[in-house]
Design a protein around this ligand. Structure first.
Ligand SMILES: [Zn+2]
Length: 263
């Protein structure tokens, strides 16, 4: 029996691993052949096949490497890192490749995404889980990542150690402006959220910008990864399909928080 950082989604007790199965003593969850475990009860509707496939195609070329590089200095070599809403695990995989002593763990509501993550990354632990009730033990994480993913702040603080760091990335105002200008007649800038306050100290904030040279296939993968894929008219999609090359600006707000010391 091996202790894990996972908790039972039913009774919230720690899960132990033994011969392909996770158990709290009362509830049992079999590990899938790819290595992940499904701890999402009840199941939720995660990202669909198109979105997961688009992410896989996009990250094959890793156009977001600049972003991954910018996250790296905020992580120490022996940290335990959780990616909440990890998708296909691209960020964890990058971090683990650069800092091999990390303990990396990721969960996502999408079974398809988690299946891909655990197929391509055997060094991290993956689970299907719900951000509203994370399948993670209390106060075990040095770092929680949330990259373009929704999160519940109470769950972030619950799983972080005292002084743990929360690294949060969201699209900045100008993110994918050129792509949007193809799709929509009127351009609206992204709305950026206000920095979090209690219980965090904001220790770093930056706008990170870099161009992505998109050939047609990269452009289409990028498009299908965005919410625009669900809100764009047929005409605009046709317009996009005829574009052979587009230089698109990636623009992110990267914020690093540290849990405040209790008074
Ligand atoms: Zn249980």
């Amino acid at each position: 029996m091996k202790q894990t950082l996972l908790r039972c989604p039913i009774c919230h007790k720690q899960l132990y691993y033994n011969q392909g199965s996770y158990s709290c003593g009362k509830h049992h969850f079999d590990s899938a052949k790819e290595g992940y475990v499904n701890l999402c009860i009840p199941p939720i509707k995660g990202d669909d096949h198109h979105l997961v496939q688009a992410r896989e195609d996009f990250f094959l070329h890793n156009p977001y490497e600049h972003l991954m590089k910018a996250i790296l200095p905020w992580i120490s070599s022996n940290d335990t890192v959780l990616d909440m809403g990890c998708g296909i695990g691209s960020y964890l995989q990058y971090l683990k490749a650069n800092l091999p002593s990390l303990t990396t763990i990721g969960f996502d509501g999408s079974k398809l995404a988690i299946k891909k993550a655990s197929k391509s990354d055997k060094m991290s632990q993956y689970a299907i889980g719900n951000i509203n009730s994370c399948p993670i033990m209390d106060h075990q994480m040095d770092v929680v990542l949330s990259i373009f993913a929704p999160y519940q702040i109470n769950e972030v603080t619950r799983v972080l150690k005292p002084y743990g760091r929360f690294i949060c990335v969201e699209p900045a105002e100008n993110h994918l402006l050129e792509l949007k200008s193809v799709l929509y007649p009127t351009l609206r800038l992204n709305k950026v959220s206000e920095p979090l306050n209690i219980p965090f100290n904001l220790i770093h904030e930056e706008i990170l910008e870099f161009p992505i040279s998109c050939d047609h296939s990269l452009l289409m993968s990028l498009f299908h990864m965005t919410p625009y894929a669900y809100t764009t008219s047929k005409e605009a999609q046709q317009k996009l399909s005829s574009i052979k090359y587009l230089n698109v600006l990636a623009s992110f707000v990267l914020r690093v928080y540290e849990i405040k010391k209790k008074e």
